[in-house]
Design a protein around this ligand. Structure first.
Ligand code: NAP
Length: 286
């Protein structure tokens, strides 16, 4: 029997509806709507689309979107000065700088310059540390979206074996930390793992965040496992594919997320939720 298809678009819709409600409450009880500042340095086409989609989601959720588009040759000091101004502006709740940045601007210095209280991407080391110690923090949006998908799909992680393929700071590592918090037994695979299939075949939940089209094959998946595909790979024909060999794995897995329409829509939805959370904190709405 083909796996249950998890509809990320629908779950993202309900997360955004919740964010909209939260934004309305901020306006009613705190006197202003949440505001998200997005900085884009340069003209990377994919980044431009992401920034446009974030602005559209803000509009749908009643969040004020502030866009700062800077030319590709902007000095790092100018980017840092803008972040400093936004940090000090009490009407700005969330700040994010769209990655990747031009080579002469340090991602690390830019990320570290954003106030942890406005770091709605959850990339600042203070939020990373809080995540690992189980404190309240801004959780990076894609990993947060993955956990929400698992929750909404009714997957109880306690005592389950989870395999994460990929150890990036934005997906693999935080998702592993979150799965651990939910009492799963977690193994993280990476490019030096000799036999990824041997690990994933033991797993009740597999999260594929590799960045390689159709990497996870059907013979690497335990029958009935839950498979979450984070990958976004664009082929030469412009068609999107995930990190999972979807058609074949669907015949083995118990539940699976598609690409597109799985994890993708959750990332922006969680960004909206994080921005409302930041605003509620700033307005002291509890
Ligand atoms: P990344 O930084 O390139 O990390 C990829 C990870 O995969 C690395 O840890 C790498 O190992 C590992 N890897 C590469 N080849 C491997 C192999 N043959 N066997 C086992 N592990 C291997 O990518 P990322 O930023 O985490 O993103 C992963 C994918 O998710 C990409 O397709 C990206 O486009 C997508 N993504 C989607 C969203 C969304 O909103 N849906 C958000 C972010 C990313 P090493 O560490 O050893 O190099």
């Amino acid at each position: 029997m083909a796996a249950f298809l998890i509809d990320g678009k629908e779950i993202a819709g309900s997360v955004k509806a919740g964010a909209r409600q939260g934004a309305e409450e901020c306006l009613k009880k705190g006197g202003r709507s949440p505001a998200l500042a997005v900085i884009l340095v340069g003209e990377d086409p994919a980044s431009q689309i992401y920034v446009k989609n974030k602005a559209k989601a803000c509009e749908a959720c009643g969040i004020t979107s502030l866009e700062y588009r800077l030319p590709a040759d902007t000095d790092e000091s100018e980017v840092l000065a803008l972040i400093e101004r936004l940090n000090k502006n009490d009407t700005v709740d969330g700040i994010l700088c769209q990655l990747p940045l031009p080579a002469h601007v340090s991602e690390k210095r830019v990320t570290n310059a954003i106030s942890p209280d406005k770091d709605v991407d959850g990339f600042h080391p203070v939020n990373v540390g809080r995540l690992y110690t189980g404190e309240d923090c801004f959780v990076p949006c894609t990993p947060a979206g993955i956990l929400r998908i698992l929750y909404e799909a009714g997957v109880d992680l306690t005592g389950k074996r989870a395999a994460v393929i990929g150890r990036s700071n934005i997906v693999g590592k935080p998702v592993a930390a979150l799965l651990l918090q939910k009492n799963a037994t977690v193994t993280v695979c990476h490019s030096k793992t000799p036999d990824v299939g041997a690990v994933t075949r033991e797993a009740d939940v597999v999260v594929a965040a590799v960045g390689r089209s159709k990497f996870l094959k059907a013979d690497m998946v335990k029958p009935g496992a839950v498979v979450i595909d984070v990958g976004i790979n664009r082929g030469p024909d412009g068609k999107l594919s995930g990190d999972v060999d979807f058609d074949a794995v669907r015949e083995v897995a118990g539940a699976i997320t598609p690409v597109p329409g799985g994890v993708g829509p959750m990332t922006i939805a969680m960004l909206m939720e994080n921005t409302v959370k930041a605003c509620r904190r700033h307005l002291k709405l509890g």
